[in-house]
Design a binder for this molecule. Structure first.
Ligand SMILES: [Zn+2]
Length: 125
């Protein structure tokens, strides 16, 4: 009897954990939707912040080292770059908070940040 009971507790525990895990996954998934700002970092400094919900095309960098960043349909991606590896271009679009595109040769990092309403009076044109 005792053995059976403890087995049943295990089943309940596993069920509870499964529900909690599902709720957590759902929560994370829902909060992922709130990415709102595209932060552009070069040489470790944020040089630009752009709203993700506004289409834009920006050429980053100077001289021969450039990356063309496009924001379109709520996604940001590097469509063109002069770096030798083209990793940043191949990374494709990002849209969720915490996602980033990195261009090592140009020391460029594009990151999606949460856009929950604080006064980011950005350099957006
Ligand atoms: Zn690159």
């Amino acid at each position: 009897m005792e053995r059976l009971k403890s087995h049943r507790n295990d089943v309940i525990l596993i069920a509870v954990l499964a529900v909690l895990g599902g709720a957590l996954a759902l929560f994370l998934w829902l909060t992922r939707q709130t990415g709102g700002i595209v932060a552009v970092q070069m040489d470790g400094e944020i040089i630009m912040e752009l709203p993700l919900d506004k289409d834009a095309r920006v050429v980053l960098g100077e001289g021969a080292d450039t990356n063309t960043l496009v924001i379109e349909g709520g996604k940001a991606r590097v469509v063109e770059a002069s770096c030798p590896d083209q990793v940043c271009v191949r990374q494709g679009g990002i849209q969720y908070e915490g996602e980033s595109i990195v261009c090592l040769p140009h020391r460029l990092i594009v990151t999606i940040e949460g856009g929950q309403g604080n006064g980011v009076d950005g350099a957006a044109g």
